[in-house]
Ligand binder design. Sequence first.
Ligand SMILES: Cc1cc2nc3c(=O)[nH]c(=O)nc-3n(C[C@H](O)[C@H](O)[C@H](O)COP(=O)(O)OP(=O)(O)OC[C@H]3O[C@@H](n4cnc5c(N)ncnc54)[C@H](O)[C@@H]3O)c2cc1C
Length: 229
Amino acid sequence: MADKDLEILIKTDAELSGAKAAEEQLQRDIDQARTLNAAYEELESRLKRVREAMAGLPGAAEAGNAADAKTDAVPGEIAVHEVTPSLEDADMIVRAEEAPAGTGGASLATARVVVGGGRGVGSAEGFAPLEELASLLGGVVGVSRVVTSEGWRPHTQQVGQTGTKITPDLYLACGISGAIQHIAGCSGAKHIVAINTDASAPMMARADYAVVGDLHEVLPALIEALRAR
Ligand SMILES: Cc1cc2nc3c(=O)[nH]c(=O)nc-3n(C[C@H](O)[C@H](O)[C@H](O)COP(=O)(O)OP(=O)(O)OC[C@H]3O[C@@H](n4cnc5c(N)ncnc54)[C@H](O)[C@@H]3O)c2cc1C
Protein backbone atom coordinates (compact mmCIF):
# COMPACT_ATOMS: atom_id res chain seq x y z
CA MET A 1 0.00 0.00 0.00
CA ALA A 2 1.54 3.35 -1.12
CA ASP A 3 1.75 6.46 1.15
CA LYS A 4 -0.65 8.40 -1.05
CA ASP A 5 -3.31 5.78 -0.27
CA LEU A 6 -3.03 6.77 3.39
CA GLU A 7 -4.01 10.42 2.77
CA ILE A 8 -7.60 9.81 3.63
CA LEU A 9 -10.12 12.58 3.99
CA ILE A 10 -13.25 11.15 5.45
CA LYS A 11 -16.45 12.94 4.39
CA THR A 12 -19.18 10.34 4.05
CA ASP A 13 -20.35 7.12 5.71
CA ALA A 14 -19.25 5.22 2.64
CA GLU A 15 -15.76 6.68 2.92
CA LEU A 16 -15.72 5.88 6.65
CA SER A 17 -16.54 2.24 6.04
CA GLY A 18 -13.88 2.08 3.25
CA ALA A 19 -11.29 3.52 5.65
CA LYS A 20 -12.28 0.98 8.33
CA ALA A 21 -11.80 -1.88 5.86
CA ALA A 22 -8.37 -0.49 4.92
CA GLU A 23 -7.45 -0.24 8.62
CA GLU A 24 -8.49 -3.83 9.29
CA GLN A 25 -6.54 -5.08 6.25
CA LEU A 26 -3.42 -3.23 7.45
CA GLN A 27 -3.80 -4.76 10.91
CA ARG A 28 -4.06 -8.24 9.36
CA ASP A 29 -0.92 -7.60 7.25
CA ILE A 30 0.97 -6.46 10.35
CA ASP A 31 -0.11 -9.57 12.33
CA GLN A 32 0.94 -11.85 9.48
CA ALA A 33 4.33 -10.11 9.19
CA ARG A 34 4.86 -10.53 12.95
CA THR A 35 4.04 -14.27 12.74
CA LEU A 36 6.38 -14.78 9.78
CA ASN A 37 9.13 -12.93 11.58
CA ALA A 38 8.72 -15.06 14.70
CA ALA A 39 8.77 -18.25 12.59
CA TYR A 40 11.90 -17.04 10.81
CA GLU A 41 13.66 -16.34 14.11
CA GLU A 42 12.68 -19.77 15.48
CA LEU A 43 14.06 -21.51 12.36
CA GLU A 44 17.29 -19.50 12.55
CA SER A 45 17.72 -20.45 16.18
CA ARG A 46 17.06 -24.14 15.42
CA LEU A 47 19.60 -24.10 12.59
CA LYS A 48 22.13 -22.57 14.96
CA ARG A 49 21.50 -25.30 17.56
CA VAL A 50 21.85 -28.10 14.95
CA ARG A 51 25.14 -26.63 13.70
CA GLU A 52 26.47 -26.36 17.26
CA ALA A 53 25.50 -30.01 17.94
CA MET A 54 27.17 -31.17 14.71
CA ALA A 55 30.35 -29.29 15.55
CA GLY A 56 30.63 -31.40 18.72
CA LEU A 57 30.36 -34.77 16.87
CA PRO A 58 33.46 -36.90 16.24
CA GLY A 59 34.49 -36.49 12.57
CA ALA A 60 32.81 -33.09 12.27
CA ALA A 61 36.11 -31.41 11.47
CA GLU A 62 36.73 -33.69 8.45
CA ALA A 63 33.15 -33.57 7.33
CA GLY A 64 32.95 -29.77 7.41
CA ASN A 65 29.90 -27.93 8.66
CA ALA A 66 26.40 -28.57 7.45
CA ALA A 67 26.23 -25.43 5.33
CA ASP A 68 29.40 -26.36 3.40
CA ALA A 69 28.17 -29.91 2.87
CA LYS A 70 24.93 -28.57 1.46
CA THR A 71 26.61 -26.37 -1.13
CA ASP A 72 29.10 -29.11 -2.10
CA ALA A 73 26.44 -31.76 -2.62
CA VAL A 74 25.35 -32.49 -6.18
CA PRO A 75 21.56 -32.16 -6.53
CA GLY A 76 19.94 -35.59 -6.41
CA GLU A 77 22.89 -37.15 -4.54
CA ILE A 78 23.16 -37.77 -0.80
CA ALA A 79 26.22 -36.32 0.92
CA VAL A 80 27.71 -39.13 3.07
CA HIS A 81 29.84 -38.26 6.09
CA GLU A 82 31.63 -41.14 7.80
CA VAL A 83 31.50 -40.93 11.59
CA THR A 84 33.49 -43.22 13.86
CA PRO A 85 31.65 -43.32 17.19
CA SER A 86 33.80 -43.52 20.28
CA LEU A 87 31.67 -45.06 23.04
CA GLU A 88 32.78 -45.79 26.57
CA ASP A 89 31.30 -48.53 28.79
CA ALA A 90 29.54 -45.78 30.76
CA ASP A 91 27.64 -44.75 27.59
CA MET A 92 25.84 -48.12 27.39
CA ILE A 93 22.22 -48.08 28.49
CA VAL A 94 21.52 -51.83 28.14
CA ARG A 95 23.82 -54.78 27.67
CA ALA A 96 23.04 -58.34 26.44
CA GLU A 97 24.41 -60.67 29.11
CA GLU A 98 23.30 -63.93 27.46
CA ALA A 99 22.91 -65.09 23.88
CA PRO A 100 21.10 -68.40 23.26
CA ALA A 101 23.56 -70.66 21.42
CA GLY A 102 22.52 -72.60 18.33
CA THR A 103 18.92 -71.40 18.41
CA GLY A 104 19.07 -68.92 15.56
CA GLY A 105 18.14 -66.32 18.15
CA ALA A 106 14.88 -68.02 19.21
CA SER A 107 13.50 -67.13 22.61
CA LEU A 108 11.86 -69.52 25.07
CA ALA A 109 8.43 -68.36 23.88
CA THR A 110 9.17 -68.99 20.19
CA ALA A 111 11.67 -71.91 20.24
CA ARG A 112 10.71 -75.00 18.20
CA VAL A 113 12.45 -77.25 20.75
CA VAL A 114 12.54 -76.73 24.53
CA VAL A 115 14.55 -78.99 26.82
CA GLY A 116 12.96 -78.57 30.25
CA GLY A 117 14.61 -79.36 33.57
CA GLY A 118 13.05 -79.67 37.02
CA ARG A 119 14.08 -80.55 40.54
CA GLY A 120 15.21 -83.95 39.27
CA VAL A 121 18.21 -82.25 37.58
CA GLY A 122 19.58 -81.80 41.10
CA SER A 123 21.86 -78.75 40.75
CA ALA A 124 22.91 -75.80 38.59
CA GLU A 125 25.80 -77.87 37.21
CA GLY A 126 23.37 -80.68 36.37
CA PHE A 127 22.02 -78.53 33.52
CA ALA A 128 25.12 -79.04 31.34
CA PRO A 129 23.67 -82.05 29.45
CA LEU A 130 20.34 -80.22 29.01
CA GLU A 131 22.22 -77.26 27.49
CA GLU A 132 24.14 -79.61 25.23
CA LEU A 133 21.01 -81.40 24.08
CA ALA A 134 19.18 -78.11 23.48
CA SER A 135 22.10 -76.89 21.39
CA LEU A 136 22.18 -80.13 19.35
CA LEU A 137 18.45 -79.83 18.63
CA GLY A 138 18.54 -76.08 17.93
CA GLY A 139 16.45 -75.40 21.01
CA VAL A 140 16.59 -73.64 24.35
CA VAL A 141 16.45 -74.68 28.01
CA GLY A 142 13.29 -74.13 30.06
CA VAL A 143 12.82 -74.89 33.74
CA SER A 144 10.27 -75.45 36.49
CA ARG A 145 9.73 -72.98 39.31
CA VAL A 146 11.60 -75.12 41.81
CA VAL A 147 14.69 -74.63 39.67
CA THR A 148 14.41 -70.84 39.67
CA SER A 149 13.56 -70.81 43.39
CA GLU A 150 16.72 -72.82 44.05
CA GLY A 151 18.67 -70.23 42.05
CA TRP A 152 19.95 -72.85 39.60
CA ARG A 153 18.63 -70.93 36.58
CA PRO A 154 17.17 -67.43 36.00
CA HIS A 155 13.44 -66.73 36.15
CA THR A 156 13.49 -65.81 32.43
CA GLN A 157 13.74 -69.55 31.74
CA GLN A 158 10.75 -70.55 33.87
CA VAL A 159 7.91 -72.28 32.06
CA GLY A 160 4.43 -72.11 33.55
CA GLN A 161 1.62 -70.09 34.97
CA THR A 162 4.01 -67.54 36.45
CA GLY A 163 6.63 -68.01 33.77
CA THR A 164 6.67 -68.21 29.98
CA LYS A 165 4.01 -70.00 27.92
CA ILE A 166 5.79 -72.14 25.35
CA THR A 167 4.53 -73.61 22.06
CA PRO A 168 7.39 -75.74 20.71
CA ASP A 169 7.12 -78.70 18.35
CA LEU A 170 8.94 -80.73 21.00
CA TYR A 171 9.06 -80.29 24.77
CA LEU A 172 11.46 -82.66 26.49
CA ALA A 173 10.57 -82.54 30.20
CA CYS A 174 13.38 -83.94 32.34
CA GLY A 175 12.86 -84.51 36.07
CA ILE A 176 9.66 -82.43 36.11
CA SER A 177 6.66 -83.83 37.99
CA GLY A 178 4.05 -81.95 35.92
CA ALA A 179 2.30 -79.75 38.48
CA ILE A 180 -0.77 -77.95 37.13
CA GLN A 181 1.05 -74.59 37.24
CA HIS A 182 3.80 -76.01 35.05
CA ILE A 183 1.38 -77.64 32.60
CA ALA A 184 -0.28 -74.20 32.20
CA GLY A 185 2.90 -73.09 30.47
CA CYS A 186 3.66 -76.13 28.32
CA SER A 187 0.27 -77.43 27.22
CA GLY A 188 0.76 -75.62 23.89
CA ALA A 189 3.61 -77.99 22.97
CA LYS A 190 2.85 -80.18 19.95
CA HIS A 191 4.74 -83.19 21.35
CA ILE A 192 5.90 -83.90 24.88
CA VAL A 193 8.57 -86.41 25.84
CA ALA A 194 9.02 -86.93 29.60
CA ILE A 195 11.98 -88.48 31.37
CA ASN A 196 11.27 -89.33 35.00
CA THR A 197 12.26 -91.96 37.54
CA ASP A 198 8.65 -92.04 38.73
CA ALA A 199 6.33 -93.66 36.19
CA SER A 200 3.31 -92.25 38.01
CA ALA A 201 4.39 -88.58 37.79
CA PRO A 202 1.60 -86.49 36.17
CA MET A 203 3.99 -85.33 33.43
CA MET A 204 4.39 -88.97 32.29
CA ALA A 205 0.63 -89.20 31.74
CA ARG A 206 0.64 -85.92 29.74
CA ALA A 207 3.55 -87.04 27.56
CA ASP A 208 3.33 -88.54 24.08
CA TYR A 209 6.43 -90.58 24.96
CA ALA A 210 7.46 -91.38 28.54
CA VAL A 211 10.91 -92.66 29.44
CA VAL A 212 11.10 -94.16 32.94
CA GLY A 213 14.67 -93.67 34.06
CA ASP A 214 17.32 -91.43 35.59
CA LEU A 215 17.82 -88.33 33.45
CA HIS A 216 21.53 -88.38 34.30
CA GLU A 217 21.78 -91.66 32.40
CA VAL A 218 19.17 -91.11 29.71
CA LEU A 219 20.40 -87.67 28.53
CA PRO A 220 24.07 -88.61 27.97
CA ALA A 221 22.88 -91.66 26.00
CA LEU A 222 20.57 -89.48 23.93
CA ILE A 223 23.34 -86.94 23.26
CA GLU A 224 25.73 -89.70 22.23
CA ALA A 225 23.16 -91.17 19.86
CA LEU A 226 22.51 -87.75 18.29
CA ARG A 227 26.22 -87.05 17.91
CA ALA A 228 26.71 -90.40 16.21
CA ARG A 229 24.18 -89.53 13.47
C1 LIG B 1 0.84 -69.72 42.55
C2 LIG B 1 1.82 -70.72 42.02
C3 LIG B 1 2.40 -70.50 40.78
C4 LIG B 1 3.31 -71.43 40.28
N1 LIG B 1 3.86 -71.22 39.04
C5 LIG B 1 4.67 -72.15 38.53
C6 LIG B 1 5.23 -72.01 37.22
O1 LIG B 1 4.99 -71.00 36.52
N2 LIG B 1 6.01 -72.99 36.77
C7 LIG B 1 6.34 -74.11 37.48
O2 LIG B 1 7.07 -74.96 36.98
N3 LIG B 1 5.84 -74.24 38.72
C8 LIG B 1 5.04 -73.30 39.26
N4 LIG B 1 4.58 -73.48 40.53
C9 LIG B 1 5.13 -74.59 41.35
C10 LIG B 1 4.49 -75.93 41.09
O3 LIG B 1 3.35 -76.08 41.88
C11 LIG B 1 5.47 -77.07 41.39
O4 LIG B 1 5.91 -76.96 42.72
C12 LIG B 1 6.68 -77.13 40.50
O5 LIG B 1 6.31 -77.04 39.16
C13 LIG B 1 7.43 -78.43 40.71
O6 LIG B 1 8.64 -78.40 40.05
P1 LIG B 1 9.35 -79.74 39.64
O7 LIG B 1 8.46 -80.54 38.79
O8 LIG B 1 10.69 -79.37 39.10
O9 LIG B 1 9.66 -80.41 41.04
P2 LIG B 1 8.97 -81.68 41.73
O10 LIG B 1 7.51 -81.55 41.79
O11 LIG B 1 9.67 -81.88 43.02
O12 LIG B 1 9.26 -82.88 40.73
C14 LIG B 1 10.56 -83.40 40.52
C15 LIG B 1 10.40 -84.61 39.61
O13 LIG B 1 11.68 -85.07 39.25
C16 LIG B 1 11.66 -86.48 39.27
N5 LIG B 1 13.06 -86.93 39.43
C17 LIG B 1 13.83 -86.83 40.53
N6 LIG B 1 15.08 -87.25 40.27
C18 LIG B 1 15.09 -87.62 38.97
C19 LIG B 1 16.10 -88.14 38.09
N7 LIG B 1 17.38 -88.35 38.50
N8 LIG B 1 15.78 -88.41 36.82
C20 LIG B 1 14.51 -88.22 36.36
N9 LIG B 1 13.51 -87.73 37.15
C21 LIG B 1 13.80 -87.43 38.43
C22 LIG B 1 10.74 -86.87 40.41
O14 LIG B 1 10.22 -88.17 40.26
C23 LIG B 1 9.69 -85.78 40.27
O15 LIG B 1 8.61 -86.21 39.44
C24 LIG B 1 3.66 -72.58 41.05
C25 LIG B 1 3.07 -72.77 42.28
C26 LIG B 1 2.18 -71.86 42.75
C27 LIG B 1 1.54 -72.10 44.10
